[in-house]
Unconditional design. Structure first.
Length: 475
């Protein structure tokens, strides 16, 4: 992996200089990474943690990095010498990739010396914000399609890295393949794709173009049929070539529609293919698709088997940023925790103090998720006793659950600077997402007007938060 230690904001380095000058750079600190609510967010699919772990493992400033920082004229030589020897030695706890997550709950916590914890903020947010955003968008598109979604977004991605890691995240969210060869190589993702309109336009006729393609790829012949006239020439010419392929002992893969009235064209093309005795030929659709257009097409009875989704997936067009934040929750002095809180005139921006644990509460009878529960890290939960859930903002909203089980949502990702556990492939994380998705009631995950899933505080954590708000208000 590239050395990304300078993938940060200037203020991380200037604060680091200040902490160093004040002798607070080695103070143990706890930071939480979470995202806030958004009108478009129902649930999100966590991703980006593999890259976060790799970044932390390799964290160091090179000679060239130090020379560059020196050239800025901002930093002292003792501080630069400290940075040159700096490595990440802290602990990180995170949810698994593919975990279903919700606003306000810490999905990653860093416990490290203050300067280290501060230095890694920007990069961690970069990895987690982007991939969680794309995995979440992919999950909603794949849910709408019911399978068969191919990620086609590289050329529309906002940069090469966005295309590469967006493809990875899209697989975690449920995509089955990518058109991106580099992502395919890096992450062992199946690659898919056929031809562009330029191929068809480069031959004297559409039929000749189709024949030439079938000659080169007889075992995987899927033809783009909308270059000129989909139903008058494209599909009939494809059928003619498919018959020639069959005579040679090969079966065609199908056709792709990239424009026009996809519902109507797919239904008419399906009739034509079936009448020509090609019932197994697939119909692939592409062209600025997302979960809304997919659901609309399916409601219209479209006969589409495969979905090539590009721009609106790789850019998460309707929600271009997740809005993840990284906030100080606690520091330690002489081994004693000192909780920290950020206040705001906007109630939702007031943070939850202290080092915390995050649990998912399941109904014991159905196995379905009831709520997520944020507690202080040292709290114990007795599953034989009722559990009181309290809304983190609207405290009058409370409920008590009985006959439940709980699961700690997070696991060690890095301990003392060392990666813990084996890396998981995007498809392993995708399978985990599918398993966990099945444990949620449809009311929480449906496309239109879903119920708001509860992410609540323990009474002890709420009491701490309220006391700190009151103390700050009197200060």
């Amino acid at each position: 992996m590239r050395n990304l230690s300078l993938l940060t904001d200037l203020y991380q380095l200037t604060m680091g200089q200040g902490y160093f000058n004040e002798g607070r750079h080695e103070q143990l600190a706890v930071f939480d990474l979470f995202f806030r609510s958004n009108r478009l967010i129902t649930y999100s699919v966590a991703a980006g943690f593999e890259q976060a772990a790799e970044y932390l493992k390799d964290f160091s400033f090179s000679e060239e990095d130090i020379a560059y920082l020196r050239s800025l004229g901002l930093f002292g030589e003792k501080y630069l010498a400290y940075l040159k020897a700096l490595r990440f030695t802290g602990d990180v706890f995170s949810v698994r990739e593919g975990e279903i997550v919700f606003p306000y709950e810490p999905i990653l916590t860093v416990r490290a010396p203050m300067l280290q914890a501060q230095m890694v903020e920007t990069a961690l947010l970069t990895f987690v914000n982007h991939q969680t955003l794309i995995a979440s968008k992919a999950a909603k598109i794949c849910k709408a399609a019911g399978g068969g979604v191919m990620e086609f977004g590289l050329r529309r991605a906002q940069g090469a890295d966005a295309g590469i890691y967006g493809a990875r995240a899209a697989v975690i969210g449920g995509c089955e393949s990518t058109s991106n060869l580099l992502a395919g190589k890096m992450f062992s993702i199946p690659v898919s794709g056929t031809m562009a309109h330029s191929w068809v336009m480069n031959f004297p006729s559409e039929l000749e173009a189709f024949r030439a393609y079938a000659k080169s790829f007889p075992k995987s012949c899927l033809l783009l049929v909308d270059t000129f006239d989909t139903l008058a020439s494209g599909v009939p010419n494809a059928i003619a070539v498919f018959k020639e392929l069959r005579a040679r002992g090969f079966e065609p893969k199908g056709i792709r529609l990239d424009s026009g009235d996809l519902a109507y064209l797919s239904k008419e093309a399906r009739k034509m293919l079936d009448e020509a005795r090609f019932p197994n030929a697939k119909i692939c659709a592409s062209g600025d698709l997302d979960e809304n257009s997919v659901l609309s097409l399916k409601a219209q009875g479209a006969k589409i088997d495969l979905w090539g989704v590009g721009t609106k997936l790789i850019t998460s067009a309707d929600l271009p940023a997740l809005g993840g934040v990284y906030k100080l929750a606690a520091v330690y002095e002489n081994g004693k925790e000192i909780p920290k809180i950020k206040l705001s005139d906007t109630t939702e921006k007031i943070t939850n103090p202290a080092e915390k644990a995050v649990y998912r509460v399941y109904d014991r009878r159905t196995g379905k998720a009831v709520a997520d529960y944020i507690a202080r890290a040292d709290e114990s939960i007795d599953e034989s006793k009722p559990l009181e859930l309290i809304h983190p903002v609207e405290h009058w909203k409370r409920m008590t659950v009985t006959d439940y089980t709980i699961r700690n949502l997070r696991e060690p990702l890095v301990l003392q600077g060392k990666r813990i556990g084996e890396s998981r492939t995007p498809f392993e994380s995708a399978e985990y997402f599918k398993q966990e998705y099945a444990r949620f009631w449809e009311e929480y995950t449906r496309h239109d007007m879903p119920h708001i899933y509860k992410v609540d505080l323990s009474p002890e954590l709420l009491q701490l938060k309220q006391s700190m708000i009151g103390a700050k208000g009197r200060a």
